[in-house]
Design a protein around this ligand. Structure first.
Ligand code: PXL
Length: 269
């Protein structure tokens, strides 16, 4: 079996599961050969009171120079938290130089939640992401990111109708399939998928707790399942189930992430 080789581009946070420390184990467990382009090295993710951050823009350019000499190509790119505007330019260079034929670009904008930007970001980063998503085949924004990208006011009590209006505004900026994550309706949470002017929906039971890092688990499992089946609804259902099982397996300090390791372990035959 010829497997797909993907490149994931996101930060490496040493403490607090997110980004690469989630993407690598999840993608491997789902059988996807994964290469990495680390965008930044952080002491921990930015939901802790303090953090250090080394932006790796310069080193990514050194890495890409050698990759060119080695003629590396990837079947898909999966992007999460990058960290700075210059890294969105690096991402574009990456797509241009290292795409195998028919390569897919999947972008999780990963810059905010609950109506707010993450601490490291500002309007300039949102504007850079707005340009980057033009290069995507699939984007995975939550409602906060969809609102910032489309210039809509965020509403914590958003219903499906409101979310669809935001999605339609966002669709003016990109031809990508939009998979809006974390949509809510009575007692349920799920994804609203907007593809070629049509909607589909994947709903599951809403759990009464929220944990940091679940967006990255969702995006990683979605990517793995989508590359295998090319079925958006199935990819959302599989990813949503991994998140729900991981939340159920978790007790303890929320900022450290959910116990997805336990779920991956129980996937062993
Ligand atoms: O999970 C998103 C994420 C990824 N990487 C870093 C973060 C966050 C969210 O706060 O701080 C460094």
């Amino acid at each position: 079996m010829l497997s797909k080789r993907i490149l994931t581009m996101q930060d490496l946070s040493c403490v607090g599961q997110c980004s690469l420390t989630v993407a690598l184990p999840v993608l491997s467990a789902y059988g996807v050969e994964t290469c990495v382009l680390p965008t930044a090295l952080l002491s921990n993710h930015t939901m802790f009171p303090k953090w250090s951050c080394l932006d790796l823009t310069q080193e990514t350019r050194n890495i890409m120079k050698v990759w060119k000499e080695n003629a590396f190509k990837f079947d898909a790119f999966y992007l999460g938290y990058l960290g700075s505007e210059s890294l969105t330019e690096v991402a574009k260079e990456c797509f241009k130089n290292f795409s195998a034929e028919g390569a897919k670009v999947i972008i999780d904008p990963a810059f905010g939640d609950n109506g707010k930007l993450y601490p490291a970001f500002d309007a300039g980063y949102v504007a850079a992401m707005r340009k980057l998503i033009k290069h995507a085949d699939i984007i995975l924004p939550n409602l906060t990111e969809a609102c910032f990208l489309s210039g809509s006011d965020y509403r914590a009590d958003a219903d499906v109708e409101f979310i669809q209006r935001v999605i339609e505004k966002l669709s003016a900026l990109t031809d990508a399939v939009i998979v809006l994550t974390g949509a809510e309706r009575e007692g349920e949470i799920g994804e609203i998928i907007y593809r070629e002017g049509k909607y589909s929906y994947v709903w599951a039971e809403k759990l009464p707790v929220r944990f940091h890092g679940t967006g990255d688990i969702f995006a990683s499992a979605f990517t793995a399942e989508y590359l295998d089946s090319e079925n958006f609804e199935k990819a959302c259902a599989v990813a949503g189930e991994l998140v729900a099982k991981s939340i159920k397996a978790t007790d303890g300090e929320h900022r450290y992430g959910v116990n997805f390791e336990h779920v991956l372990k129980t996937m062993r035959k």
